[in-house]
Design a protein around this ligand. Structure first.
Ligand code: 3PG
Length: 203
């Protein structure tokens, strides 16, 4: 599946930080029960790659990807674990080449028009805007759509239940990402019912 189709299917992409492997499968099931079936597990914890493996194996109704990709070697290990796409907070030529050689759909992060144009020159026309709210949010995306209408974005960073719909209404936004649908406290408390409710509100 190509990246734009994955993001269009997602619309809202939960950004997950999984600290305890036992959380992975029930969390993915809770989000899927609320209608969110494309998930990003960030490589910010020791168990992240294993969590991707478990979700990919145990929750077939979900498409799981890996986030916080910062090293070229990350692509091989997340691909082997079953990740279907990869997300980075930034964009470097080394990451772009590694993604292309592993042949995994890759959503690199940018924050300025120059970064977006550099990524586009290297074949990436679908980009994460990160960190979206501090960078200028909805106003920035509207301004970028004038000169760069061929680019599509998944803004992430600072999005909440109160503002994500404003982003989704923009013509250059395919999906939005964020952690608000799986708050750390609810995950730690195994409050899966609450997480399904939050997912349902977002989807
Ligand atoms: C990310 O990695 O995309 C962000 O850390 C998510 O940002 P949020 O926690 O503000 O949603």
């Amino acid at each position: 599946m190509i990246l734009r189709d994955i993001l269009r299917q997602a619309r809202v992409l939960p950004v997950l930080e999984i600290n305890n492997l036992d959380e992975a499968v029930p969390l993915a099931r809770a989000l899927a029960a609320g209608g969110l079936t494309v998930l990003e597990v960030t490589l910010r914890t020791d168990v992240a790659v294993e969590a991707i493996r478990w979700i990919a194996a145990e929750v077939p109704e979900v498409m799981v990807g890996a986030g916080t990709i910062t090293r070229p070697s990350d692509f091989q290990r997340i691909r082997r674990a079953g990740a279907r796409f990869a997300v980075s907070p930034g964009f470097t030529r080394e990451l772009a080449e590694a993604a292309q050689s592993v042949e995994i759909p890759f959503l690199p992060g940018v924050m300025t028009p120059t970064e977006a144009m550099t990524a586009s020159e290297q074949g990436f026309d679908t980009l994460k805007l990160f960190p979206a709210e501090p960078a200028g949010g909805v106003g920035l995306l509207k301004a970028i759509n004038g000169p760069l209408p061929e680019l599509a974005f998944c803004p992430t960073g600072g999005l909440r239940a109160s503002n994500f719909r404003d982003y989704l209404a923009l013509p250059n936004v395919l999906c939005v990402g964020g952690s608000w649908v799986a708050p750390a406290a609810e995950v730690a408390a195994a409050n899966w019912t609450r997480i399904t409710e939050l997912a349902r509100d977002a989807s």
